[in-house]
Design a binder for this molecule. Structure first.
Ligand SMILES: *Cc1c(COP(=O)(O)O)cnc(C)c1O
Length: 393
């Protein structure tokens, strides 16, 4: 018999009832150290007192009114994002997938406005992940996500990752846009080198194609900058954000330049919940706390500490791990043992990690994880690796 919850997930047999900082407690009172942070969502840890205060204060005032009216909290968060980034304008969603949908629509509308409505091809990259809507699965194009859901939305072409020649050949003056994650998350913490982002920007400028960054996972301080593309000095025309932006409250956004957003006039797009007062009040507080030089300097210091310890771990367990990758606190351990075995062995050490493609173990802690918890996490990974070595012996 089908369970009451549609069985689309392979869930671990763990149920958490309370969280505090980087720790989660199960129904039975067992404590787990959390290096997943709800898949890069809880950037300030669980039950962050600042965010609890913001949420409860706003909850007593106003939750939801719809976009039939002005929403001051939404205007405030939009102003913060515009002030801090390349963008001139922001649309709020409740998820990354919805942000992807709008990004795709915005590209199509842009070319319609230019009098070239047939210019629809969006180039994407192998290993990409942009969400689970019909548009987002067509964009990513992987068989795993698209099988059985055809016919797929037309207008996407997937290129090999990091292959400049293939990109050069594909990117023409008929290309509508290029859609890319500056650091692939689901694809296995694959960092696009700064030179590639620069080259991509140049090719887009030459051909007129719009450059769209998906920073749903790598954004909001995770890379050690507010947004990962800042490391390269290159800016996009459109950017998708979600996950960390609400610190655990469902919130997403599309940021765009005035030029890219030219077609998005009244009536062209909307959302019932998107940009509600509750979500935006929390998002504004997350922005205040994360978009802060001292906070981001700490992310980078913690990231250096963590990756140095992880290098030691890889050296100590060469049959389990192969290499450390990533930027900031978006870290990955490329594994030699199956990454799912390492996830399971980590559960046995009360440690939560997240698998990704390319046999990578993702480590996406809260951005304010205490140094002591980083040390504890590495000690637990060390014991997890020893378990796998003992099983193999
Ligand atoms: C998670 C993710 C999405 C989809 O976000 P949802 O909130 O799950 O809809 C899109 N792009 C990237 C890069 C992601 O990591």
């Amino acid at each position: 018999m089908i369970p009451a919850v549609l069985p689309t997930y392979n869930r671990a047999p763990l149920a958490f009832v309370k969280g505090e900082g980087s720790w989660l407690t199960t129904e039975d009172g067992a404590r787990y150290l959390d290096l997943g942070a709800g898949i890069a969502v809880n950037v300030l840890g669980h039950a962050n007192p600042d965010l609890v205060e913001t949420l409860t204060t706003q909850a007593q005032q106003l939750w939801h009114v719809s976009n039939l009216y002005r929403i001051p909290e939404q205007e405030r968060l939009a102003a913060q994002l515009v002030e801090a980034t390349f963008a001139d304008t922001v649309f709020f969603t409740n998820s990354g997938t919805e942000a992807a949908e709008l990004a795709i629509k915005m590209v199509r509308k842009y070319w319609t406005e230019q009098g070239d409505p047939d210019r629809i091809e969006i180039l994407t990259f192998e290993g990409a992940f942009h969400g689970r809507s019909t548009g987002a699965i067509a964009a990513a194009g992987s068989e795993k996500m698209t099988k059985g859901f055809g016919p797929l939305m037309p207008g996407f072409r997937s290129l090999p990752f990091g292959d400049h020649d293939a990109l050069r050949a594909a990117l023409t003056d008929r290309t509508a846009a290029v859609l890319i994650e500056p650091i692939q998350g689901e694809g296995g913490i694959r960092v696009l080198p700064d030179a590639c982002l620069k080259g991509l920007r140049d090719l887009c400028d030459e051909t007129g194609a719009l450059l769209v960054f998906d920073e749903v996972q790598c954004g909001m301080g995770r890379s050690g900058r507010l947004f990962a593309h800042e490391w390269s000095g290159v800016t996009p025309d459109i950017m998708m954000v979600a996950k960390g932006i609400g610190g655990g409250f469902p919130l997403g956004a599309v940021l765009a330049t005035e030029r890219a957003a030219v077609g998005m006039v009244a009536g062209t797009h909307g959302s019932t919940y998107g940009g509600n007062p509750l979500g935006c009040a929390i998002g504004a507080r997350v922005m205040e706390l994360v978009n802060d030089d001292a906070f981001l300097a700490e992310v980078n210091r913690k990231a250096a500490l963590f990756s140095q310890k992880l290098e030691g771990l890889v050296a100590a367990h060469p049959t389990v791990f192969e290499a450390v990758r990533g930027t900031g606190l978006m870290l990955g351990l490329k594994c030699r043992a199956p990454n799912t075995d390492v996830v399971k062995a980590s559960y046995a050490e009360n440690l939560l990690t997240v698998p990704a493609a390319d046999n990578v173990l993702r480590l996406l802690p809260a951005l304010n994880i205490p140094d002591a918890d980083i040390a504890e996490a590495v000690a637990r990974l060390d014991r997890a690796a020893s378990r796998i070595e003992a099983d193999a012996a």
